[in-house]
Every structure is written in structure tokens, then in C-alpha cells.
Ligand binder design. Structure first.
Ligand code: DGT
Ligand code: MG
Length: 609
């Protein structure tokens, strides 16, 4: 903190309950889907443009908004207010997702934590960067870039004003870079917490930014007409508040804590009170790879099995594109249905999931692929799950079908990994990537919403659950990812043994991957797809049947093999010679396993339990 601030004669102390130390930026892309279309086809820029999903205009460019086009208008209504509206179908989210990822990548170049929220919003915690810049600038000369919600009258003693001014400059640089590199205009909100940064973001739009200082948090919040504007207030909380005549944020500010505690848990009541005055201490959590990748399609009603199958087939095609882009090999598939109860006029969701064999997927030249046979296999798994969810002897009515890959194979690709030796040209997720998956287990603030618009196909990848988190029809926690400490990541030996071991399927994959990427002409038979991961025999046989260098199967790179330590070479040779040697490997607990020969490579070939 700068002494000049400390010495300021007219200064205020930060509220004890409110820590001003952070600098947070929230960036939201203007009319996102519409901009993606306009960047792709610049001739659309001068036209009123609407993005159509089924019979809804989900968004429109600002030209169309001048005519009164609003988000989620029915197409028929939109055409009434703007007959010249140019409509582009936006049901395929592929390009939007790609644009979203590019924006995320640009924002990551500042090396600050970036949390992706929906497809077109990101939080960036620039606290450390601001601290660095503070060392090099003259504080009295810093000005806010863009708009200010309200000019400060008194200097806050903690120095937050200077920090937020610097943050506003950084926000401006970020927005410029997104525009220069990708062509998208954006809005930004700058504040000392996520809540205020997000809510102030649309204060001036499009293509603008606004900074709010902590002391104006409560007065800004009191301008919000609906408690629902607060991102973490979900429909249930809202209902309870409304029942007790707490409609506006100002109502929430005024209701005594004791009254709130009668209707909510003590923590929740305090949290609601804090939010109402703009206090929020939730951290910006670096977004990692999604824990699941899914798609849903909702519709009026489907009651015929063949139609359901068609819907799943279409979803699967699109899902496989997403998975290919992700690059990880899925090992678990979930089917979701929303069933309509016609008598009770209600609906509910049900899901079933099962493991899928990693061998359904192959990697060709670094790209994840699924053969036609693999797709058929997946379809039969999907329909089997469907049959478990639906009693076909009775009529059924569905209003949504969903598919998601929910688990992915993770491999040890560290220095000591046999995978590394055998398939060093193949890109797979390594244990080191797990660090990126840190997350996102529940904390008290959730900015994401999961309730797809009722008639659209929705991308449900964890990181981009709902295109518009601003409409929190139902707020829920989504991703609970594994989070390893740095120490754990740096030292794989501290990871749970089960996570590091290669199971037989992985070994099988090693051979498949190796073959597909290098030596397809020498391919031994590919193992049949299986729905579970426990069978080792085929794999071992495949390996044992190969061999053009001292029992070494043909698909093994001789050079790589020769680079292995002697001990490993001997072990591998013994194993190839005698596939039943896999039986030497105890299958029980990791503890038993560790009692074997120290550093035995075979211990990595134990099937997962
Ligand atoms: P903005 O930020 O007001 O300039 O306009 P947008 O279009 O960026 O709106 P935003 O940020 O709420 O949502 C980002 C994109 O998500 C938007 O371009 C289209 C999509 N989206 C928004 N709301 C909905 C919705 O209710 N249903 C569906 N399916 N998509 C939506
Ligand atoms: Mg937007």
C-alpha cells in the first residue's frame, strides 16, 4: 500500500466484514452468438440479426435490439416487431464453443486465475498483477479506464481505489486484445469481488466497462429490482423470499437478520444479508477441463422408441465431435431422460450411466476417433440404458433426452511411466493435467445455472453448462473435480496407487494407439469393445503374439524399447513371452501390490478395481 494513501486526510476505513483486497474483472461478450455469426460473415453486421434455436430467438445483435427484439422471444413475435430480421440457425453450438475457448485462451495469457462462466463470461482475479503494477506506477496519476458507477468522495484507507483503477486499465487491455485478435466486442465490470464485478458489468453496454468502488456496493445493490438478479439466489430461495414479501434487493437489505433466520439456515441468512449489500468473498476458481461433456435435446413430447433412438443418434454424433475436440478418452456414459407425467402434469429427470470400453475410441494421428462399429456399440449401450429407464410395456412421454461422457481415462505420463516410453507421440491427459481440474467443489457462491431453455439443444459440458448463467432458473452445483495439491502433482508417488496404475485396457490402448499412429500394417487384431474394464486376457494374448525382436511385439518401437532400463526390458520380455505372467500380479489391494518386487513394472498393469 502506498504511504500517500495511508496519509490521506479524508479517508475511510474498510468495513470489517468486507475485505477490499481483491481486484476482480468480469468480462461478458456482447450478443455472443450473434457476434460469432457476424465475425464469420461480416455482411451480417449491418443487418438486424437474430439467432434462432427451434422457435426462439435466443439472442440478437444490437441492430436488431433497436427494433425491440429481446432475448428468448418467439420467432413469430420477433418477426412481427422486425419483419426484416435476418435469422441464423444457432442450434449447433460448435462455433460458439470454439469462440468461447479462444476468448478463454486470450484471457489466460495474463497468467491470472480465469474462471469461465457459461460460454461468454469469464472472471479474472487480477489481484496479484495489480500488486505488481502498483510497484511501478505513480498512484496519484492513475485514472479509471471506462465508466465509474459512482465517483468516490473519500479515499479508502486500504488503497482499494488505486488497485481498482489499475484493474480497470487491465480490463481495458484485455478487451482490446480480445477485439484485436478475435474481433469480439465485450463489456467488463471491475470490482473487489465477483458479485459486484458481474452485476456492474452490463451497467453500460455494448462494448464498454464500468468500475465500482467498495463503498458503493450497498447503494448499487439497492437499485436491483429483483432479488433474483443476485447470481446465487436460486428459484427455491427466491420463492421463499417472495412468499415473505422480500422482492427487491432493497427489501432484503432491510429485513432483519433474525427474521431471515426463521426461514433459512443461519449461514444462509447471513449470506443473503451480505449479498444484499454487495459483500461476497468467493474466490475466482481457475477453470480446468470439464469433468463431463454432455448434450441435451428438449422437445414437446416423444413417445415412440424409434424417435428416441433418432434423437440419441443425433446427439451422439454431436457429442463425439465435442469429445474429439477435448481429446480425452471417455470411459463412462450417462443417459438422461426427462419424463412427463401426463396425469400429474409434472416432469422429472432420471439418469443411468455405465462404463464404456476405452477401446471403442482410437487415436489416429493424435485425433480421437470412433469407427462406425464403435458408434453402433455406443448406440446399443445408450439404448440399453434407455430400456432400463423406461418400461416399454407402458406408454411413456419424454420431453428431453441427454447424453454425457462423465469419466475419462487418465494416464500416467510422467518420467517413470511405461506409457511414456511406448507412446510418446500420443497426446493424452497426464496426471499433471489433474491440477488444472482443481476445482470447483461447492462453495457458497454459484454463478452457474443449469436449466436449458425449454426447446433447445443444450451443451452441458461442465465448464459451459448453460449458455446464459444470467437466467438462474435453477441454480445448482455442477462440477466436483478432484483437486490435488501441488505437492501431490509434483510427486506422483503420493497419488493413490490406483490412479497411477495402468490397467489392462490401458495397456491394450498402448498397443492400439501405437499401431494406429505408427504401424498400422503390422496391426495385431484389435480387441473387441467391452463395457467393462476388467478383462485382461485378450490384451495379453495380443501382446504375446507379436514379436520381431527377441519376443518384442512388432508394434513396439525398438529404439524406445532399447532406451528402457534393463530391468524393465527384462520384465517386459518375460511378460510378452508368458502372458500368464500377468497372473503374477496380485489383483487385490494396492498395499498387497506394493509388497511385490520393488519398482516392478508389472505392478502398473493391475486392473482397476
Ligand atoms: P449481451 O451479453 O446482453 O450483449 O447478449 P448475449 O447474447 O451475449 O447474452 P448472454 O450474455 O446473456 O448470453 C450469451 C449467449 O448465450 C447468447 O448469445 C445466446 C445464449 N443464450 C442466452 N440466453 C439463452 C437462453 O435463455 N437459452 C439459450 N438456449 N441460449 C441462451
Ligand atoms: Mg453476453
Amino acid at each position: 500500500m502506498d504511504d500517500r494513501n495511508m496519509e490521506s486526510s479524508s479517508s475511510i476505513l474498510p468495513d470489517e466484514s468486507n475485505d477490499h483486497s481483491k481486484s476482480i474483472i468480469h468480462i461478458d461478450v456482447d450478443c455472443f452468438y450473434a457476434q460469432v455469426e457476424m465475425v464469420r460473415k461480416p455482411e451480417l453486421q449491418s443487418l438486424p440479426l437474430g439467432i434462432q434455436q427451434k422457435n426462439i430467438v435466443v439472442t440478437s445483435n444490437y441492430e436488431a435490439r433497436k427494433y425491440g427484439i429481446r432475448k428468448c422471444m418467439l420467432v413469430t413475435d420477433a418477426l412481427k416487431v422486425c419483419p426484416n430480421l435476418k435469422l441464423v440457425n444457432g442450434e449447433d453450438l460448435h462455433d460458439y464453443r470454439a469462440a468461447s475457448n479462444k476468448i478463454f485462451t486470450v484471457l489466460q495469457s495474463w497468467k491470472c486465475p480465469v474462471e469461465k462462466l457459461g460460454m461468454d463470461e469469464n472472471f479474472i482475479d487480477v489481484t496479484n498483477l495489480v500488486q505488481e503494477k502498483l510497484k511501478t506506477v505513480n498512484i496519484t496519476a492513475i485514472t479509471v479506464s471506462g465508466n465509474v458507477f459512482s465517483e468516490p468522495t473519500l479515499e479508502c484507507i486500504c488503497g482499494c481505489h488505486a488497485r481498482l483503477k489499475i484493474a480497470s486499465q487491465i480490463a481495458s487491455e484485455m478487451r482490446n486484445k480480445i477485439y484485436d485478435e478475435l474481433g469480439y466486442t465485450t463489456c467488463a465490470g471491475i470490482a473487489h469481488n465477483k458479485l459486484l464485478a458481474k452485476l456492474i458489468c452490463p451497467f453500460k453496454k455494448p462494448n464498454d466497462q464500468t468500475t465500482i468502488f467498495p463503498e458503493h456496493g450497498a447503494s448499487f445493490m439497492s437499485t436491483l429490482q429483483n432479488v433474483r438478479s443476485i447470481p446465487s439466489i436460486g428459484s427455491k430461495t427466491m420463492e421463499t423470499l417472495v412468499t415473505h414479501k422480500i422482492i427487491t434487493v432493497s427489501d432484503l437489505q432491510m429485513v432483519p437478520l433474525e427474521i431471515l433466520k426463521k426461514h433459512f439456515s443461519g449461514d444462509m441468512a447471513v449470506r443473503l444479508k451480505n449479498l444484499s449489500i454487495g459483500v461476497d468473498n468467493t474466490p475466482v476458481k481457475q477453470t480446468g477441463r470439464p469433468q463431463s461433456i454432455g448434450l441435451e435435446d428438449s422437445f414437446k413430447t416423444v413417445s415412440v422408441k424409434s424417435e428416441v433412438e433418432e434423437k440419441f443418434s443425433a446427439l451422439l454424433q454431436r457429442l463425439l465431435i465435442l469429445v474429439r475436440e477435448d481429446g480425452r478418452i471417455p470411459v463412462s456414459l450417462r443417459v438422461t431422460l426427462r419424463k412427463k407425467d401426463v396425469k400429474r402434469l409434472s416432469s422429472h429427470r432420471e439418469s443411468r450411466q455405465c462404463q464404456v470400453s476405452a477401446s471403442i475410441f482410437t487415436i489416429n494421428n493424435g485425433t480421437l476417433t470412433v469407427t462406425d462399429a464403435g458408434q453402433q456399440k455406443l448406440m446399443s449401450i445408450i439404448m440399453r440404458l434407455f430400456n432400463k429407464l423406461i418400461n416399454l410395456s407402458k406408454p411413456f412421454h419424454l420431453t428431453l433426452v441427454g447424453l454425457a461422457f462423465t469419466k475419462f481415462q487418465e494416464r500416467m505420463t510422467g518420467r517413470g511411466s511405461i506409457v511414456n516410453y511406448l507412446m510418446n507421440d500420443i497426446s493424452v491427459q497426464s496426471v499433471l493435467n489433474i491440477q488444472n481440474d482443481c476445482d470447483t467443489s461447492a462453495s457458497s457462491m454459484d454463478y452457474s445455472a443449469v436449466s436449458p431453455s425449454s426447446s433447445t439443444t443444450t451443451d452441458l459440458s461442465d465448464a459451459e453448462v448453460e449458455p446464459s448463467p444470467k437466467k438462474p432458473k435453477k441454480v445448482t452445483w455442477i462440477a466436483k473435480r478432484r483437486c490435488l495439491s501441488k505437492e501431490e502433482v509434483a510427486s506422483p508417488s503420493k497419488l493413490k496407487v490406483g490412479e497411477l496404475r495402468l490397467n489392462s485396457r490401458e495397456l491394450e490402448k498402448v498397443s492400439e494407439l501405437r499401431l494406429s499412429s505408427r504401424d498400422r500394417s503390422l496391426t495385431p487384431r484389435a480387441s473387441p469393445a467391452k463395457d467393462n474394464l476388467s478383462d485382461t486376457s485378450d490384451t495379453m494374448k495380443d501382446i504375446a503374439e507379436g514379436g520381431n525382436c527377441d519376443n518384442c511385439p512388432s508394434y513396439v518401437d525398438k529404439e524406445v524399447f532399447n532406451a528402457l532400463p534393463d530391468e524393465m526390458q527384462q520384465e517386459l520380455k518375460a511378460m510378452w513371452k508368458n502372458p500368464s505372467s500377468s497372473e503374477m500380479v496380485p489383483r487385490s489391494s494396492p498395499r498387497t501390490m506394493n509388497k511385490g518386487k520393488p519398482n516392478s513394472i508389472l505392478k502398473y498393469f493391475v486392473p482397476h478395481k
